[in-house]
Design a binder for this molecule. Structure first.
Ligand SMILES: [Mg+2]
Length: 278
């Protein structure tokens, strides 16, 4: 009998009484021990959790059945406002945490995590970066909604983007600026603090919550999800994943990574089953 099965049986026996005020007073702070978080569930949104509405609904139903034991976190390249709109429009489950802007912001409900913000702010000089980038006319700023204090986003639509990016990197190096330049989709340029990515934000959250890596599951479909899979813990790659993530999986994937044979949230459901988490 596995540990989780025993834990599940104990939880099921006690759950009908979990709202009893006398029992709550008696157990006090030990409630967390008796009704523990079973899984830190972290998923990308676009083309992973979202993309096939029937699949999203089926997964939501499954997650709702164990909602009290899950810490649901969405991790996305979208801005906080854009992610909130998607959650509302697609009727996604209300997450416990929201990681947005490719790991540059972590929100618990509406509140920005100040410790993560402080960590990213170390050595980050947004104003100087903005001034240097403004000298490159090929870099067209994306709308204000895509910018945040730890993320500058541009469109770069030229025949030889690598030359522009190399020149920008030289400028940063000459000014001794700590920043990473992320080029994706053939035209999007994000300039971020060096430690900002989905994987590092996940590691921070895991430590912040005191959750072990074997109780952590990440799900994704594209290149900016690769850092999620570079952290310890289980991972699900949906079958509709982009070539760059499939390449990463084929060269770096390990037994705690699962390449699902079905797309979108169907792949997440299949992965949960594969890992015995359902
Ligand atoms: Mg995605």
């Amino acid at each position: 009998m596995t540990f989780w099965l025993v834990q599940e049986l104990v939880c099921r026996m006690l759950r009908p009484y979990s709202d009893n005020i006398f029992l709550r007073n008696l157990l006090s702070s030990n409630l967390e021990t008796i009704f523990p978080m079973r899984l830190l569930f972290i998923t990308d949104l676009d083309n992973t959790l979202v993309g096939d509405d029937a699949a999203t609904i089926a997964l939501n139903e499954r997650l709702l059945a164990d909602r009290s034991q899950l810490c649901i976190t969405y991790s996305t390249g979208r801005s906080f406002a854009s992610a909130r709109r998607l959650i509302e429009n697609r009727q996604l489950l209300e997450p416990d945490y929201l990681i947005t802007g490719v790991g540059t912001q972590i929100h618990h409900q509406e509140t920005l995590d100040p410790e993560w913000a402080d960590l990213l702010s170390e050595g980050w000089n947004r104003e100087t970066i903005a001034t240097l980038a403004a000298a490159f006319p090929a870099l067209q700023p994306q709308p204000d909604t895509e910018q945040n204090p730890w993320k500058l986003s541009f469109l770069l639509e030229v025949a030889t983007p690598e030359l522009v990016l190399a020149a920008l990197e030289r400028q940063f190096a000459a000014a001794n600026l700590a920043a990473q330049i992320v080029f994706s989709s053939g035209c999007d340029v994000d300039i971020l603090p060096t430690g900002a990515n989905k994987g590092n934000a996940t590691a921070y959250l895991r430590q912040h919550l005191g959750v072990s890596s074997d109780l952590t599951l990440v799900c994704g479909d594209s290149g900016n999800d690769a850092s999620l899979f570079q952290q310890p813990g289980r991972g699900i790659i949906v079958s509709n994943a982009q070539p760059e993530l499939l390449d990463w999986y084929h060269s770096h994937g390990q037994s705690h990574h699962h390449l699902a044979d079905s797309p979108y949230a169907w792949g997440i459901l299949a992965g949960l089953k594969h890992f015995g988490l359902l």
